[in-house]
Design a protein around this ligand. Structure first.
Ligand code: DAK
Length: 260
């Protein structure tokens, strides 16, 4: 599939979507968001794709936010349509039945932080910077930022970030739990791909169930969440991979997973 503002590649079961609008520091306009929706849909539907990586082209930005030049003259109804497109796309990524990793290679501001938070994990370069600076241009986050960031780092820190609009570096983002791992910039993508290949070799159905149980259990009362986990775990016993994993353990050999 060809895109104007994205690069798309698949290797060893790992799809990499690269935001590629370097003149605007990969800011997300409507066209790019629609392309992201198409690329994410392709990843959802292709069983040969086991893991998704999102990253930015160049050394400066992951995504420097929603495109301010496109947004400046929007009326509320048009703004709502832009928000709906973004939220539908990010929810699609968040609920993919396979893991996703944001490899954040520079500025991830506003919509950039929001896109990264729709992924299951965030790996960052030492040069990465996160933030929700919408308040500085008279807005609040519109692609789930107020919701996901408080779930990830707690309400107090979320309010500080969103109300002050300040950026945080990779180290601070790691310390508060926004980022999973930090690498030197030149190691970010190779290390993320290495990690993704490892995930791609794992029992796919169990990964899907783990993600489903965490995503949908999070907002449930504990007893209901535990019930959901039991149902997800029980379903794993219908797979060949579960049989193989346990057999291999008992035979003291490496399992060979087939994804069935
Ligand atoms: N939109 C459009 N262009 C952008 C951009 C952005 N978000 N960020 C950077 N650019 C463009 C700059 O205008 C500049 O273009 P030229 O002047 O060269 O044509 C080029 O990228 C290089 O940027 P700078 O010259 O500014 O580069 P610096 O190194 O000096 O600064 C920076 C880098 C990332 C600190 C700075 O560019 C910056 O502060 N950018 C804006 C960051 C920001 O505020 N991001 C949050 C955007 S608001 C909603 C939907 C979504 C959202 C909210 C509501 N609804 C529909 C209602 C989400 C909102 C956001 O994400």
């Amino acid at each position: 599939m060809e895109f104007k503002n994205l690069l798309f590649a698949v290797e060893d079961g790992v799809a990499t979507i690269t935001f590629n609008r370097p003149k605007a520091l990969n800011a997300m306009n409507t066209e790019t968001m629609k392309e992201l929706m198409d690329a994410a849909t392709l990843c959802r539907n292709d069983d040969a794709i086991k893991v998704l990586i999102l990253t930015g082209s160049g050394e400066k930005a992951f995504v420097a936010g929603a495109d301010i030049s496109e947004m400046q003259n929007l009326r509320p109804k048009e703004a709502l349509a832009f928000m709906e497109l973004g939220n539908e796309t990010l929810r699609l990524i968040e609920t993919l039945p396979k893991p996703s990793i944001a490899a954040v290679n520079g500025f991830a501001l506003g919509g950039g932080t929001e896109i990264s938070m729709a992924c299951d994990m965030r790996f960052a370069s030492e040069t990465a910077r996160f933030g929700q600076p919408e308040i500085l241009i008279g807005l609040i986050p519109g692609w789930g930022g107020t919701q996901r960031i408080s779930r990830l780092i707690g309400m107090g820190r979320a309010k500080e970030l969103i109300m002050c609009g300040e950026q945080v570096d990779a180290k601070r983002a790691y310390d508060v739990g926004l980022v999973n791992r930090i690498f030197p910039l030149d190691q970010l993508l190779p290390e993320t791909k290495k990690f993704a290949r490892k995930l791609a070799g794992m029992p796919g159905f169990a990964l899907k169930m783990a993600k489903h149980s965490i995503n949908y259990g999070y907002d449930l009362a504990l007893d209901n969440g535990i019930r959901l986990e039991m149902e997800c775990c029980a379903q794993c016993f219908s797979t060949d991979d579960q049989k193989e994993g346990m057999k291999a353990f008992l035979e003291k050999r490496k399992p060979v997973y087939t994804g069935s």
